[in-house]
Design a protein around this ligand. Structure first.
Ligand SMILES: C[S@@+](CC[C@H](N)C(=O)[O-])C[C@H]1O[C@@H](n2cnc3c(N)ncnc32)[C@H](O)[C@@H]1O
Length: 243
């Protein structure tokens, strides 16, 4: 019997909370006041200065069992809806690259959903990748592999039927250059899927369009983190290769 996405995400410690208060009570029962402060400090540091160092620091911090489930459970619904929507676009596509995969909770979901495909997840947090590898092995998922790499420096070898960047491309300092490299690794008729929100959507679409992809009509999805609709509605950009 295959897990539902809820069951799958639970295996990575993600819990669903219908109300902010429930999440806060749970957080306070799991972490000390100092630990919650450390978590908030790194989130605020990132918000103030979203440079690669601060991004990597927070994803290293939340790669561990201590903080990961606590931070991610704030966003369980966005992650779930994103995974379900992207997954429908990946069906039947054999070689998939997931850029900025963090600890691989969705990368492995795509691999389970497409047992005849093969999914490669990359992230520049080496701690996230160590966790992703160990967890995929624990779950017995063989059609997935993970690489620790900075996508602004290298793209994994090979050509892909689909490349996914869920809430990742907006963090990259020079997306035009990365977009060119990623498009060079897309097969003919390959697709690039970006999950993002305003105001990043137009910049991301423009970079990939300049790199040679055609933008399909943007799809929107609603997610209710902690029971509240996110103010910045999530968007799924589908860009298609005309190579
Ligand atoms: C907001 S998380 C998104 C995780 C996951 N894709 C999701 O949808 O939940 C962004 C991820 O992108 C990764 N990332 C940011 N810049 C990167 C880069 N230059 N190269 C590789 N990964 C990067 C971060 O380490 C982080 O794990």
């Amino acid at each position: 019997m295959i897990d539902t996405i809820d069951q799958h995400l639970q295996k990575y410690g993600l819990r669903h909370f219908a109300k902010v208060d429930d999440y806060t009570d749970w957080l306070e029962s799991k972490l000390s006041a100092d630990q919650i402060q450390e978590m908030h400090d790194s989130v605020f540091r990132l918000a103030r200065e979203p440079n690669p160092e601060n991004i990597r620091a927070i994803y290293d911090l939340i790669a561990g069992a201590q903080y990961g489930p606590r931070v991610l459970s704030h966003h369980t619904d966005v992650i779930k809806q994103s995974g379900l929507h992207v997954d429908t676009l990946l069906r039947g596509r054999r070689e998939v690259l997931d850029v900025g995969c963090a600890t691989g909770y969705l990368t492995t979901w795509y691999a389970i959903s497409s047992p005849h495909g093969h999914v490669t997840g990359v992230d520049f947090s080496s701690k996230a990748i160590d966790f992703a590898r160990a967890q995929a092995q624990r779950l017995g998922i063989a059609n997935v592999q993970f690489h620790s790499l900075d996508i602004t420096q290298a793209v994994p070898d090979g050509r892909f039927d689909a490349i996914v960047g869920a809430q990742c491309f907006e963090f990259l300092p020079d997306l035009d250059e990365v977009a060119g490299e990623l498009v060079a690794h897309l097969k003919k008729d390959g697709i690039l899927v970006s999950v993002t929100h305003s105001p990043h959507d137009l910049d991301i679409a423009e970079s990939f369009q300049t790199a040679g992809l055609r933008v399909s009509p943007i799809r929107y999805f609603d997610a209710r983190d902690l029971g509240e609709t996110t103010s910045d509605q999530r968007q799924l950009l589908l860009l298609v290769s005309d190579n």
